[in-house]
Design a protein around this ligand. Structure first.
Ligand code: HEM
Length: 237
């Protein structure tokens, strides 16, 4: 019971951070406030997803649950919409995606028995509200600030892959302890999703071409690849 309470508390902390990230990117006026929201956003995704995974493990459930998969997809969509709105075009599309998908994710999770349509309906209403409330008349943040944001995500992705290869996999295959790999695999999965979204921001806002984007994605397969890629793009800038 205590473990469940801890995960649940962590989940709500993650959701608050996610809400601040989405709200701040959609409504934030001024570059400082919008950049603060953009930093809190991936932290919120990370905490909400890790605690979600903890709750799943605790209940002995898996990803086959449609409400889990739907929330996962909606959560990633929401974070991508928020990043799009904050960094790229200040469009109502990004803002609508961010708020709509966040509400849909909450709908899928909380009203599981109501079915997926309920979450989608809630998401539709959220999308309309988000698009209407969005702040679209302020300029996007400066390019250096976005570079620093990308770097932090690239370093986190590289670190989690290194931990997976260097500690969790040897622990499973050489020492016979498979427990660690479920957690580090999922943690790395979350960083990977965030990294893919960040490469998308690079294309939209930092002027990266499709070859650069392809290289960026390929780099995520190699230990330290994302850090090397980030250095390459900083030199090129
Ligand atoms: C942005 C995405 C997500 C949102 C907005 C979200 C939201 C929520 C909310 C509001 C709750 C109810 C918490 C409570 O009862 O106090 C919840 C519970 C839960 N979440 Fe999520 N969640 C998300 C992603 C995930 C993911 C990716 C997973 C799995 C890896 C997950 C697994 C769970 C589980 C297992 C529960 C407990 C359900 C139960 O009470 O039986 N969540 N989530």
């Amino acid at each position: 019971m205590t473990t469940w309470l801890l995960w649940r508390t962590a989940k709500w902390i993650g959701l608050l951070a996610l809400g601040y990230g989405v709200g701040g990117t959609v409504r934030g006026v001024g570059e400082t406030r919008r950049m603060a929201a953009l930093w809190v956003l991936p932290i919120g995704v990370l905490i909400a997803f890790i605690s979600g995974f903890g709750m799943l493990e605790h209940q002995g459930l898996g990803f086959a649950e449609p409400w889990v998969l739907a929330s996962l997809i909606a959560g990633v969509t929401s974070a991508s919409g928020a990043a799009l709105h904050a960094t790229a075009d200040r469009s109502r599309l990004g803002a609508g995606l961010a708020t709509g998908a966040l509400l849909a994710a909450i709908g899928f999770m909380v009203f599981r028995d109501a079915g997926l349509w309920f979450g989608l309906g809630l998401g539709g209403l959220g999308a309309i509200a988000g698009a209407a409330l969005a702040t679209v008349d302020t300029p996007p943040p400066d390019v250096d600030a976005i570079h620093r944001w990308f770097k932090a995500i690239a370093v986190a992705e590289a670190g989690s892959l290194l931990f997976l290869f260097g500690i969790a996999m040897p622990a499973k295959y050489l020492a016979g302890h498979p427990e660690l790999i479920a957690w580090t695999g999922w943690l790395h999965g979350v960083f990977f999703m965030l990294y893919v979204g960040a490469v998308g921001v690079g294309v939209l806002r930092l002027g990266w071409g499709l070859v650069d984007a392809g290289l960026g994605l390929a780099a995520s397969m190699l230990p330290f690849g994302t850090v090397l890629f980030e250095r390459r793009m900083t030199k090129k800038a």
